[in-house]
Design a protein around this ligand. Structure first.
Ligand code: NAD
Length: 286
C-alpha cells in the first residue's frame, strides 16, 4: 500500500511532449487525455486518414470536459499534432507505442525508436498480452523498455499499470509513474506476467460471460445481471468496447485452461465484426 501511494511521487520529471504511435482505440484516446492535461502530443499512424478519426474523437472529449469553452477546446486540439512521419519521436519526453498487437511489428518499431529517441526519453509499450522481454530483445539497451498499460476507455479509467520487464530500468519506471500522475492517472506497479494484474482477473470474468452467451443466454441478459450487481458496464459490452480481435489475442495469452475461444467470438472476428470500433460485435453500435 505504501509503495503504491509513493510510486512516482517526488520524482524529478516534468514531461512536456508525448509521442504516441498508433492512433486506434487506445493510442488516439491516450493522446487526447495527454493533450487535455496540457501536454503537447504528436500522434503517429500509418496515414493521416487513420489519425483523423482520433482527432475527431478528441474534439468530442474536449467539448465534454471543457463544457463547451471554445478557447480551451481549441487550445487542447492545437496541442494534438498529427504526425504520420513520426518526427515527434526525436523530441518527445515520453514515447508510447499503441500499434496492433503484433510482436514483429512492435520490435521493428522499437529498434527504430531506440536510434531516433532522446537518450533520456521513456520508451513504453501499451501491450496487453505480449511479453515485454520479447519486445525489449530488439533493443541494444533492453532496460529502456517499460510498459504503460492503459485501460479502455482511457478518458474514464483512472488506473494505469506501469509494467516492469525483467530488465526494465528502475528510474524509467519511476519516471513513467510520475508521467501517469501528471495526466491524473493512478500508477500501479506490476511485473510483466500474463494479464499483468487487472486483466488476469478480468479475463476469466469476460470469458465466462461469453461462454454464457455461447450456451444461449442473450448478451443483454448477461450484461443486465452484472450491471444490476454493480459493475459500471456489462462484460459482453466490455468485450465490444475492448475490441473482439484484442480479446482473442489477450485470451490466447491468458487461457490458463487451454480451452479454445468461444466459437461465436471467432466467427464475429472472421466476419470483421470487432465491436464498437467497427460498428458491430456482440451488439450493433451503428
Ligand atoms: P487498434 O487496432 O484500434 O489500433 C492500432 C493502430 O495502430 C491502427 O490505427 C494502425 O493503423 C496503427 N499501426 C499499426 N502498425 C503501425 C505502425 N507500424 N506504425 C504506426 N501505426 C501503426 O488497436 P488498439 O485496440 O488501440 O490496441 C493497441 C495496443 O493497445 C495493443 O498493443 C493492445 O494490446 C493494447 N491495449 C488495447 C486495449 C483495448 O481495450 N483495445 C486495452 C489496453 C491495451
Amino acid at each position: 500500500q505504501e509503495r503504491l501511494k509513493g510510486f512516482g511521487k517526488g520524482v524529478d520529471f516534468a514531461p512536456r511532449h508525448v509521442h504516441v504511435i498508433g492512433a486506434g482505440v487506445m493510442g488516439g484516446d491516450i493522446a487526447a487525455v495527454c493533450a487535455q492535461r496540457g501536454l503537447t502530443v504528436t500522434l503517429q499512424d500509418q496515414t493521416v486518414e487513420r489519425i483523423a478519426p482520433a482527432i475527431a474523437r478528441a474534439a468530442k472529449l474536449f467539448e465534454r470536459r471543457f463544457k463547451g469553452d471554445r478557447r480551451q477546446v481549441r487550445f487542447a486540439l492545437d496541442r494534438m499534432i498529427p504526425d504520420p512521419q513520426g518526427h515527434g519521436a526525436v523530441r518527445a519526453d515520453v514515447i508510447i507505442e499503441a500499434i496492433f498487437e503484433n510482436l514483429e511489428a512492435k520490435r521493428a518499431l522499437f529498434s527504430d525508436l531506440e536510434r531516433k529517441a532522446r537518450p533520456d526519453a521513456i520508451l513504453a509499450s501499451n501491450t496487453s498480452s505480449l511479453r515485454l522481454e520479447d519486445i525489449a530483445g530488439c533493443l541494444t539497451d533492453p532496460g529502456r523498455l517499460i510498459g504503460i498499460h492503459f485501460f479502455n476507455p482511457v478518458a474514464m479509467m483512472p488506473l494505469v499499470e506501469v509494467v516492469a520487464g525483467e530488465h526494465s530500468d528502475a528510474l524509467a519506471l519511476q519516471r513513467a509513474a510520475a508521467f501517469a500522475r501528471r495526466i491524473d492517472k493512478l500508477p500501479l506497479p506490476v511485473k510483466s506476467a500474463p494479464g499483468f494484474l487487472v486483466n488476469a482477473v478480468l479475463g476469466p470474468y469476460m470469458l465466462e460471460a461469453l461462454r454464457c452467451v455461447e450456451e444461449g443466454i442473450a448478451p443483454e441478459a448477461v450484461d443486465a445481471a452484472l450491471v444490476e450487481f454493480g459493475m459500471p458496464m456489462g462484460p459482453v459490452e466490455l468485450v465490444d468496447t475492448v475490441g473482439l480481435d484484442i480479446a482473442v489475442a489477450a485470451g490466447k495469452a491468458l487461457a490458463g485452461d487451454g480451452a479454445a475461444p468461444p466459437q461465436k467470438l471467432l466467427a464475429l472476428v472472421s466476419a470483421g465484426k470487432l465491436g464498437k470500433k467497427t460498428g458491430e460485435g456482440y451488439y450493433r453500435w451503428s
